[in-house]
Structure formats: structure tokens, C-alpha cells
Design a protein around this ligand. Sequence first.
Ligand code: FES
Length: 105
Amino acid sequence: PQITYTDHEGATRVVDGVAGDSVMETAVRHGVPGIVAECGGSLSCATCHVFVAEEDLELLPPMSEMEDEMLYGTAVDREENSRLSCQLRLTEGCDLHVTTPETQV
Ligand code: FES
């Protein structure tokens, strides 16, 4: 699956991801800036915050209560389309487009 990352200034990178990896891991592995992921994916830092493209929202599993709670602790305020990218697993044939916030800390 292809993941498109757009930063807050509009610069875009497209990365080929591996099914089963998270959107966060894929970014870190490819050196995509804008995702800090301090806790390494254990849902305790909220520095992997992304905004998901409107048309991709329905492709994603609903968020857990814990993710929902953590999203109140992001550096840039959450929006309707906010998710924590460590909770978003890539699946075959499911391309995603996310935008990273101006800061994660
Ligand atoms: Fe820490 Fe996602 S990497 S909450």
C-alpha cells in the first residue's frame, strides 16, 4: 500500500508501505519528518498525531477509547480527522493520505 504524507507546509512524500506495519512505523522507517513517535507505538505519547484525508477516514478501523483519550494531549489541537498513526495498520490495497501537524511536541 502507498502512503502519502503531506507536511503542514504542503510538501508531500509518497512511500511504499508493507501491510501490517503502522502508518507511524512506515514514516519512521523512511525518514519521513513530522511524526516523532516518542513511545514507539505503545499509545502513550501522542507524538504520532496525523490528520487523515477525508476520503480515507472510512477505510480506517474506529479508534479505541484509549486513542481517543490520548488525542486530547496532542501538541496541535485535534480535529475531526485526527488519528494516532501508530494505531493505523496498513492493509493490502488500501492507500492512505495523511497530513502531519506543524509540531508534535
Ligand atoms: Fe506514541 Fe503513537 S507512537 S502514541
